[in-house]
Design a protein. Sequence first.
Length: 356
Amino acid sequence: MVSISLCMIVKNEEAVLARCLDSVRDLVDEINIVDTGSSDQTVAIARRYTDRIYFHEWTGNFAEARNVSFSYATQAYILYMDADDVMLEEDQHRFRKLKETLDPAVDSVSMFYNAGEDSFGNVTLRYRRNRLIKRSRNFQWKGDCHNYLEVTGLIVNSDAAITHRKIKHSVGRNLDIYKMKLERGDAFTARDYFYYGNELKDNRHYAEAIESYIRNIELDTGWAEDKINACINMADCCRYLNDQDNELTALFQSFRFDSPRPEALSRIGDHFKRRKAYRTAAYWYEQAIRIPENLNQWSFSYPAYRTWYPSLQLCVCYYNLGDLDAAYRHNEEARKYRPQDPHVLHNKQLLESRRA
């Protein structure tokens, strides 16, 4: 069995830190917590779990702080989490088995990151991250924000997940970091342009976000998965700006980099549904449903776009096309994922009365 150090950076996390540590305290052999300037009870809570508490002055650089936290690890592997992350019970079982069976030759283990959930417990955003790292390889974090571990060697994919359960959101924080990079004259990579575009989009600067996504797409460098998502996100920005033609162009542009993704296909369906071209819309929603889940996908995956969402839209399309049986069937498929969704229940009642 391998030994594991948990390494965390925290600041003013009194509301969530205990929840996080309670979920993993029995799975790790050491807990290292680096505080970057808390003014609440974060440190006092941390002391209930470990005496390995350290302090680091916050410089605005997440990678620097994470690398400092890694420097205090003494066990064979390092697990990192944020304070508003948890490991759910089923994932605790998976992680314990992983710890018991992991080949020490492995350099890194990727785990799912369930970064969002809806009110029915469905994962809304999932992707893989290198999560359990061999300490002796001295892998380093890169980037000021939206940082990443630069990992090489033998990497295996686990079915265990970390679940993100945020209770607060730092509006504009990451956007400010990118603006500081621009003011310093820092060179932007393709990855920087993608994540800067995301921050601009999230803060409703849609025209600027489109410019940043275009910069990402035009560069020969960078991850193809980021370019796919840049196209899809750019389409969203065009829709918010009521630019329907460029919205559709951006969605089809995503096909240049790999096979079509459900996130693009469902949005194409939305485009035609808004135009009341229901048969065309249904075609694209049906394509989205046909794409199976890729358990080895590292890039952003939004499961709704291949499950309940296109099913619910197909219900609407087939209702308008006069095929009530197909509409009912697709609504029932959506109900498997969202049993108490008011829209789904309304559709069910309406269709059952019309089909009687």
